[in-house]
Design a protein around this ligand. Sequence first.
Ligand code: PLP
Length: 381
Amino acid sequence: MKFGTKTIHAGQQADPTTGAVMTPIYQTSTYKQASPGDFKGYEYSRTGNPTRNALEQNLAALENGKFGLCFGSGLAAIDSIIKLLKPGDEVISTNDLYGGTYRIFNNIFEPFGIKFHFVGMDDSEKIESLINKNTKMLWAETPTNPMLNIIDIEKLGHISKKHNLTFVVDNTFATPFLQRPLDMGADIIMHSLTKYMGGHSDVVMGAAICKDEKLAERLFAIQNSCGAVPGPQDSFLVLRGIKTLHLRMQRHCENGKVIANFLKTHPKVGDVYWPGLEDHPNHDIAKKQMDDFGGMVSFNLKGNKLEDAIKLVSTTHYFTLAESLGGVESLIGHPASMTHAAIPKEVREKTGVVDTLIRLSVGVEDIEDLVNDLKMALDSL
Ligand SMILES: *Cc1c(COP(=O)(O)O)cnc(C)c1O
């Protein structure tokens, strides 16, 4: 099955009892047993629910994995994946990590005795120098947020294999439409389904996907024992969202390209970050491992005046000022005062998060309206 067919068919059949073509929302916590232990595959909805399971199988197929597991949020998925580890274990991760991931690693799991190292993941020597007998996991995110750096997944896959580590890739920004890390040496894919996969900014959910049966058994045990599962209604919404993933992503990429090129020509704009631009520092890796370059675009303003950035993000009309990304609607964000406000100015500026850095989640609206919206706001500065 090809990708676009999988989005619509994988894991889903007409409902055996009624013939309903769309997977019903099985809004039930429990299931009738004919005699004790004699049930039809489902006994309790924390352990398994048909709507959730359809979504889990669909996700496994999209990522070229075998097993999918859904969680109440992206962070709940991360929480469950880190619970594969035990006190004393060490994790090597990128220094350009989603803020919520950094927070759960440092504030929640460090006190339980798990040690996290944050490094620039383009530096293989640095990664290898940190590996010792306690190192158990590599954790990468690519493209990164908000600087849209690209990390070479295949290269990390080799390092991970050589040292027998579990290699996790947060595939939220790219989605399996653009890259499939399990094919490049990753062991577990993590998703915030809240973003592109759900695609309509109407649900919060996460997932873990893998190929290895032992790893899947352990993750299933954690999912069932810790219980951070999503409900059937939300599972239905994400299943429905995924049916148009390939169509939406195609348009996100087309619109992202036009916006990135428009920004490059505008006199008020400084640097533009989009992995599809030939002058992007990791353009070659992006070309190698991604099928297209996505709809996330970041840029800064010439002169770097904070008040210009504040005015810009408050002036756009179709680009709504809000957290999050990946929905059909365009969003605009100001990392220095929003997602990255907790990071000291000198630290964030070193990674490129200057006062006028602006992040766009380019939606699937008509591109003329989006360009005119940004032009109007930039011209007003
Ligand atoms: C949003 C996000 C998360 C967290 O997911 P939630 O669904 O908000 O819990 C993790 N990683 C990335 C890259 C994200 O964008």
